[in-house]
Design a protein around this ligand. Structure first.
Ligand code: C2O
Ligand code: CU
Ligand code: CU
Length: 441
């Protein structure tokens, strides 16, 4: 609901059961339902208020992934919501149109709570992204469709595998990426298809899996266009045939259809940059059918894709004296340390731009996410990043034995006492302590 005091989202998390696989009941958690949660939507400049009512049997949190807001509203591990309690964060939307999401973030329990089903999409709008300005399809559920892609592992009795150790993990005691599922759910749906009714359809692809990396493309190898990254529109549509998304990465793509055509979106074997057998154990050889798109015999004609989606590139300007920090991701630690709730790892100046040099060891699969802000990838594997990595992002896959340099635009919200998080978005790694904290002063 929306009134003078802003938009209010009333969210209630609870446990239940859901028929995720045909004919089987799976114990699940959900928001305003029994699995996943509603798509939330707000406009730039709008005030947002949330009432998050925790009816789950455990304490949890709700984090706004990709949202630029004060650390006290961020829903990280310091903002636990006890069972029966209601958490009421509020903030103003101060960032460009983008596809964000929400999910729990309790210390050491994130993988479990996300796997059970607490997650949803949070779409932001602004005047620059409107159909009149960009011509992009934006009729939600018709030609602008959220695709929340998750993998799950089901036991014979219908329960989901929540904590199963991988071979590697039981062998080494640490490492391993947690549960890699062999069943794909899209928006919580098994074996999904989508009816297409227009010549262009926009897909908001979101990798909401705990660890798995997908390499999306169509089986007929058709071209599509990337129009937005995690934190907003790219400068011009980028023609692609594949797009690889690590855990928590998002991409908005636009796909063209002829009447009556069918197109199968598949995840091809991703390139994790690792060597055998780690590459295989982390899913580097896996392929999955994601969703079939079926175009109607008569399609409404979409507006052509514009040449430019924004007047200026989403570039973060780096001053010559920018502070440089180094982060090494290895095992389940960052810079050789486990997450410590009372330790602040970095103190940044509000609105400053920092360069973060991130490297990962060859022993695993790591993806860095930073709360409360957007960054640009300045170099990827020592080079100018490929077109699909140029833009405003909040999450990036860090390949083994390579350096990724990020230009990080620090939040404007000052709070010396309350930190934001940065961490590996392989949730098992995050839970094991692959996370740090920074404050903004
Ligand atoms: Cu998507 Cu710290 O989270
Ligand atoms: Cu986040
Ligand atoms: Cu990791």
């Amino acid at each position: 609901s929306s009134d003078g005091a802003g938009r209010l989202f009333e969210l209630k998390a609870r446990a239940g059961t859901t028929e995720l696989l045909p004919g089987k009941q799976t114990p699940t958690w959900g928001v305003n339902g029994t699995f996943l949660g509603p798509t939330l939507r707000a406009r730039r400049g709008e005030k947002v208020r949330v009432a998050y009512d925790n009816r789950l049997p455990e304490a949890t949190t709700l984090h706004w992934h990709g949202m630029h807001l004060p650390a006290t509203m961020d829903g990280g591990p310091h903002q636990m919501v006890e069972p029966g309690a209601v958490w009421k964060p509020y903030w103003t939307i101060e960032q460009p149109a983008s596809t964000l999401w929400y999910h729990p973030h309790p210390h050491e329990e994130t993988a479990d709570h996300v796997t059970r089903g607490i997650a949803g999409m949070f779409i932001l709008d602004d005047e620059k992204e409107t159909e009149e300005r960009t011509g992009l399809p934006r009729d939600y559920g018709v030609d602008d469709v959220p695709l929340i892609v998750q993998d799950r592992k089901f036991n014979d009795d219908g329960t989901m595998e929540l904590r199963g150790a991988t071979t590697m993990e039981s062998f080494a005691g640490v490492g391993g990426v947690g549960v890699l599922g062999d069943t794909i759910l899209v928006n919580g749906t098994y074996d999904p298809h989508l009816k297409v009714t227009s010549t262009l359809v926009r897909l908001r692809l979101m990798n909401a899996s705990n660890a798995r990396v997908y390499n999306f493309g169509f089986t007929d190898n058709r071209e599509f266009h990337l129009v937005a990254q995690e934190n907003g529109l790219v400068e011009r549509p980028v023609p692609l045939r594949r797009i690889q998304l690590a855990a928590a990465e998002r991409a908005e793509i636009v796909v063209r259809f002829e009447p009556g055509q069918k197109a199968l979106l598949r995840s091809f074997a991703p390139d994790l940059g690792n060597s055998f057998p780690t590459e295989r154990m982390d899913g580097g050889e896996d392929t999955f059918d994601i969703i079939e798109l079926r175009a109607a015999q008569k399609l409404s004609k979409s507006r052509p894709l514009p040449e430019r989606l924004r007047d200026t590139p989403p570039a973060i300007e780096v001053p010559g004296d920018a502070r440089v920090r180094e982060f090494r991701m290895s095992g389940t630690q960052i810079n050789g340390k486990d997450m410590e709730m009372t330790r602040v790892d970095a103190v940044a100046a509000a609105r400053s731009v920092e360069l973060w040099d991130v490297t990962a060891s060859s022993d695993g699969m790591h993806t860095l996410h930073i709360h409360g802000l957007a960054f640009n990838v300045v170099t990827y594997k020592g080079k100018r990043p490929p077109a699909h990595l140029r833009g405003a992002k909040d999450t990036v896959h860090v390949p083994p034995d390579e350096k990724v340099r990020l230009a990080v635009a620090m939040p404007r919200h000052v709070n010396a006492d309350f930190p934001y998080m940065f961490h590996c978005h392989v949730l098992k790694h995050e839970d094991r302590g692959m996370m740090g904290q920074f404050t903004v002063v």
